[in-house]
Design a binder for this molecule. Sequence first.
Ligand code: PLP
Length: 390
Amino acid sequence: MAYSDPTLGELIELPVDAPIQLFDLTTQQALIRPALERRWCDILDHGRYIGGPEVEECERRLADFTGAADAVAVGSGTQALVMPLLAMGVGAGDAIFIPGFTYNATANAVLLSGAFPVLVDIDPRTFNMDPVDLARKVDAVKKAGDLTPRAIMPVDLYGLPADYPAIQAVADLHGLRVIADGAQAFGGKDNDRWVGNIAEITATSFYPTKTLGGYGDGGAILAREKAFADRLRSIRWHGTGDNRKESVRVGINGRCDSIQCAVVTEKLGLFEMERARRTTAARLYDVRLADLVEKQEALPGQENGYGLYTIRIPGRDRVRAKLSEAGVPTGIYYDMAIHEMPAFAHCATFGPLPACEAAAREALSLPMHPYLSEVQINRVCDALEAALKS
Ligand SMILES: Cc1ncc(COP(=O)(O)O)c(C=O)c1O
C-alpha cells in the first residue's frame, strides 16, 4: 500500500526516517506559518484581541464544515462542556451519565455544574460508553430516587464517535438531553455526519495536540439549535444580554480570543488533507497489526478521526518500555479509570466498571499524526512485534 495518496500530492518533503514523534506540530506549522503571520498582523493592527472579527469567521467556518446550525467559540474544551450544562439549567440533584473511562475534564465539568456524574462502563472494543450499561445505570438512578436523570455526556474517545444511535434511543426513552464530549474527535464521522452534527450539542477542544488544535487553549460548542447557541453566547460573556453589561443569567468568562480563532480558521484549511493522511496512517497500522494486537474498533457506519491510534495490550507497561528503548514514543490515555482518581472515588455508586478498569491497564496509543511516513509506521510495527515476542 502506497503511503502518498496522489490526490493529496507531496505538500512537504519529509525525511522518511526522521525520529518518530507521538504528535508533530512542527511540520504543520511550516505549511501555515506565512498565512498565520498575516492573520496575526491583522489582529495587531485592528487591536480587537477579544471579540474580533476572527471569532465570527471561525464560528461560521466551524458550522459550515460540520453542518451544525451554529458554533460558539469558547476558552477551552472544558468550558465547552460546562457551558451547555449551565444553559440547560442543570445543577444540584441532577444526574449526568458519563463514561467511567475518559479524561478527567468530563467528570470535572459535571461536578462544576453542581450535578452528579454517574459513571457508565465502556464497550471494550470501542473504548466508548456501553449503551447497555447506560440503560442499566439510568434505571438504577431512577430506582434509587435521590437524583434526577437529566443528560448523557458520551465521549468520542481517541477520535471515534460514541454509539449515538443506541445512546439517543436511551435518551429518548427517558427524556434526557445528549451533550457529546467530542474534545478528541473533530474529524470523526457517523453515517456521513461529522462530529459536531451527530448529537444535538457537541463540545470540542482546540488544545494544541487535538486534530484541530490552536496554539494555546480554546474550544467550541456546536449546536443543532441557533437559540441554544445564542444562550451560550450570553453565558460566555458572564450571562449578559446584548449590551454585555447587565447579567440576565449566571455565566462565566468563556470566551475564545481572536488569535486562537485565527489559528483554528487557518488550520481548518488543511484539515481534510490532514485527516486523509491520518486515515492512511491508520490503515497501514491496521494491516501490519491485524494478527498481533487488539485495536480500537469502529462500529458499522463510523469513521475514526484518529486523534490517537490506540491498541490494547495485556502487560502494557513492559511493552511500552521496550518501545521506548527502540525510539518509539507512546502515550497512555488513561492509566486510571475516573473512579480510581481520589476526586471522583465517590462517583462509582451505581455499579461496577470492569471494562473501564481493564482499559486503564491495557490502552496504549501509538504515534499518530498526518506527517508519519510509511517507513516510520513500519518501524513502529517492527518494534512492537519485537517487544511482544521478547
Ligand atoms: C475527552 C476530553 N474531554 C475534555 C477535554 C478538555 O479539553 P481542554 O483541555 O481544552 O479543556 C479533553 C482534553 O484533553 C478531553 O480529552
